[in-house]
Each structure stands twice: as structure tokens, then as C-alpha cells.
Design a protein around this ligand. Structure first.
Ligand SMILES: [Zn+2]
Length: 432
């Protein structure tokens, strides 16, 4: 069931595009550009909000009723949407048909390589999760060959469960590492032991999909931020900080509705923000990074467990805390204090509307909400602090995977016209 998103209407695109393009394009090109932008506005609304009536589309896009009718006709002929008779809602007047995306046919494949697990999902337009499989993976270094083979097997399993055997329009991959988006090159993934690994290229070959189906790879926290922004705890907020802890600490930042990437796309690595020059050595080679104070290792060390105790040790600390054991509570409290310190600095820099905590942070938040609030009170600027709310993730462990699906859908949302023609051949391929 798609979750509606509360965001401002896209306004009158017809008029806006015409004005923007005045004097630059020939009239023919201009009307084609406007047509494509209007198709995009409709498909994006349906993807983010779920099925809408024509009247609602008129209200949300600012397009005329006749323009909506023509554009819907085009999308329906291209098998992207279907119009269904509306259920009478009790309001007077003729009910407007409901337009919905064909979530069964228009699907993407989402893959995730996390520290503790691998996951694959088939997600339909509108964010409908058709199939999802997650399996544990042993921590530590893994060869690219092994990870790719495991993902291909999971993809085979989820695709076999779909009776239609449809071909995904695109593939999105979330990975616990720093990624060069162009070409899907994983620059650095300390938990996997990967440096400059061509993950996107290898997956594209191994999945044996038609060559026109692209594989796009991105950092898991950037994708977690995207998913929470579109469908989770950050819905309705345009300025978002998502931060997620497992072994390491990752961050994804959305500014004015757009992801913050930086020059190379490596931005948002808030886990490596220096906070304690007298602190512990970090996996990145530096000292006293935020993750050395708030990551899993820091929590385990404070609670008297070995740093590499993994999930079992983390579970033990949390259940000890729930049972009121002082050592575990103190370890979590100190971790929460450092969480508040780092968040205060980030709130001062970013002035976000919402901070979404994922992974380990979401698990300890019930114990440390006061410590985090104290950190913000003490170290964040009053003006910024008054505008921000800190909340746990609502999508949980699946946020990066669902974000990978959202990323894979993005070209379709940006220019659905480009997908109307080629999809015919994909459907033919699928049924061949
Ligand atoms: Zn570091």
C-alpha cells in the first residue's frame, strides 16, 4: 500500500515550463519538452501518493482537465497507468475515475549489501513491495565473486516467485561503502574489505539482464535517507538528516528536497566527523571520528564486551539495559551523550527539519532520547534546535533497500515518455 506524501503541489507546469524556455527552443521542441515534463509530473504524483482521481491530478499538477485526459490516455496506451471506475465517496457529482500506476508490470529490482545481511526485493511503481528476501551474511571481508553470486541467487529466488516473470525496468543497489555513482564503483567499503571494486559492472553481467537495463549503485545511508524522505519518518520534510549505525556510522542528507552528494558523491560521511582528538583510532585511518564514540564498537567497549562481539553482543547489551542492569544502561547513556553532541553540530550546520535515526541508533533511542535532547539543548543553536524533530526510522532495516528501489525508479519518474516506447520490447522479452 503506497504511503501518501505531504508535499506542496507542483504548481502549473504548463505555464512554468513555457516561461522558463521562452526564447531558447523552437516551438515544436518547446511543446515536446512541456509534454514530457507534464507526463513526469503526473507519474511522480502517482508514484509518491498512490492512485489519484483526475480531479486530484488537476489540483496537484495545475494542468487543465483536458490536458490531464490526453496525458493519461498516452500513459495508459504505453501500459504505465490504468484508469479504473471510482468508488462513490458520498460527495455529490459524477465520480472521477481513479488513475493508478501498473505496479504489477512496472517493477525494479533492489539489492542491498549490508554489514550483516544481503537483501533483494522486487518493488513495483508506487513503492509496492512485491517480494523481499533478506539473508544473514557473516561479517568480515568477502570477495566480490561471492557477494555477486549470492545476490544473483537471491534475485533468481524473488523473480521465480513472480508468476509474470517480468523484466525489471532498472536495478538499484545499496552498499555499505563509499560509491562513485558513475559506473557503480565501490571506492571504499571497510566492512567488506573492498577498495575500488566495480560492483555495478559485475552485477550487470552476472544478473544476465538485457543490456538496456542499467544497474545503479549508491551508498546505503544516502538511500536510507531517500526512502525515509519519500515513504518513512521524514515524509513531508524537505530538509532531512538520516543517520544510521551498525559497525560504522553513515549519513544521508537531503537539502531542499534534493540529496546532498558533494563533488564526487561522497558527501554525508558524518561518521568520520572528528569529535575527539584524544579518542580511539578509526577504521578510516583517522582518530576520534564520531563513529569511534557512537558506533557499535564504542557501545560494546563501554559495556565490557569485545569490540568485535557483533550482533549477539549488541543484543545482550540491549536486553541487559531493558532489564535495568546499570553497566549496560551507563554504556548506552554515554553513547547517547556522544550522539547528542554530534547531532547538535550537524543540526547547526544543516538546520534540518527532521533527523531520522536508523540501525543501532534507532534501537538505543528509547534509552537515550533524554541524553540526545540534552546534547541538542547544550550544543545546538536555539533557532535551529526549535525547528528540528529527532525520530527513529519507520522503515527500519529495509530503508536502504527501499531507497535503492526509489533510486532505480528515478529515471522513469523524471521522463516517463522515454519509457513508453522501449517498454513494449521489454514486455515482449519477458513473455518470449
Ligand atoms: Zn573515521
Amino acid at each position: 500500500m503506497p504511503v501518501p506524501i505531504d508535499e506542496p503541489s507542483t504548481g502549473n507546469l504548463q505555464e512554468r515550463n513555457t516561461n522558463l524556455l521562452t526564447g531558447r527552443d523552437e516551438p515544436g521542441q518547446r511543446s515536446e519538452t512541456v509534454r514530457r515534463a507534464n507526463l513526469s509530473a503526473i507519474v511522480r504524483e502517482l508514484h509518491l501518493r498512490g492512485p489519484l482521481s483526475r480531479s486530484e491530478l488537476v489540483a496537484r499538477t495545475g494542468l487543465t482537465r483536458s490536458a490531464i485526459r490526453a496525458l493519461i490516455g498516452e500513459l495508459a496506451a504505453g501500459d504505465l497507468v490504468v484508469e479504473e471506475p471510482a468508488v462513490r465517496s458520498g460527495t455529490p457529482g459524477r465520480p472521477s475515475p481513479v488513475v493508478r500506476l501498473l505496479a504489477d508490470d512496472v517493477v525494479v529490482l533492489a539489492l542491498e549489501i549490508a554489514v550483516d545481511s544481503l537483501a533483494v526485493a522486487i518493488v513495483g511503481a508506487g513503492g509496492v513491495v512485491h517480494e523481499l528476501v533478506r539473508v544473514d551474511r557473516p561479517r568480515g571481508h568477502s570477495s566480490l565473486d561471492d557477494v555477486v553470486a549470492d545476490l544473483v541467487e537471491l534475485a533468481r529466488i524473488v523473480r521465480a516467485r513472480r508468476p509474470l516473470g517480468e523484466v525489471p525496468v532498472r536495478v538499484g543497489v545499496a552498499v555499505a561503502g563509499i560509491v562513485s555513482r558513475a559506473g557503480g564503483l565501490v571506492r571504499f567499503a571497510p566492512n567488506l574489505g573492498w577498495v575500488d571494486v566495480p560492483l555495478g559492472e559485475r552485477l550487470a553481467e552476472a544478473l544476465a539482464l538485457p543490456v538496456e537495463i542499467e544497474v545503479e549503485v549508491a551508498n546505503e545511508s544516502d538511500l536510507g535517507a531517500l526512502a525515509e524522505f519519500r515513504r518513512g519518518a521524514a515524509r513531508g520534510a524537505d530538509d532531512v538528516l538520516y543517520t544510521h549505525a551498525e559497525v560504522g556510522v553513515g549519513g544521508g542528507i537531503i537539502v531542499d528536497g534534493r540529496p546532498l552528494g558533494g563533488v564526487g558523491g561522497y558527501g554525508g560521511e558524518i561518521g568520520h566527523m572528528p569529535v575527539n582528538p584524544a579518542g580511539r583510532a578509526c577504521r578510516c585511518g583517522s582518530t576520534g571520528c564520531w563513529e569511534t564514540e557512537v558506533g557499535e564498537g564504542a557501545l560494546l567497549a563501554r559495556a565490557g564486551h569485545p569490540l568485535d562481539g557483533g550482533r549477539a553482543a549488541v543484543d545482550a547489551v540491549l536486553s541487559d539495559a531493558a532489564a535495568g542492569r546499570p553497566e549496560a544502561l551507563a554504556a548506552i547513556e554515554e553513547t547517547g551523550t556522544w550522539l547528542g553532541v554530534g547531532l547538535a553540530g550537524l543540526v547547526n550546520i544543516l538546520n534540518p527539519r527532521r533527523v531520522v535515526l536508523g540501525g543501532l541508533f534507532a534501537r538505543i533511542y528509547p534509552f537515550v532520547d533524554d541524553a540526545v535532547a540534552r546534547g541538542l539543548d547544550r550544543f545546538a543553536l536555539v533557532a535551529s534546535r526549535q525547528l528540528v524533530s529527532v525520530v527513529p526510522s519507520t522503515l527500519g532495516v529495509d530503508a536502504p533497500l527501499l531507497g535503492a528501489a526509489e533510486m532505480a525508479f528515478e529515471p522513469l519518474l523524471a521522463d516517463p515518455a522515454a519509457w513508453l516506447a522501449p517498454r513494449g520490447s521489454l514486455v515482449a522479452l519477458a513473455s518470449a
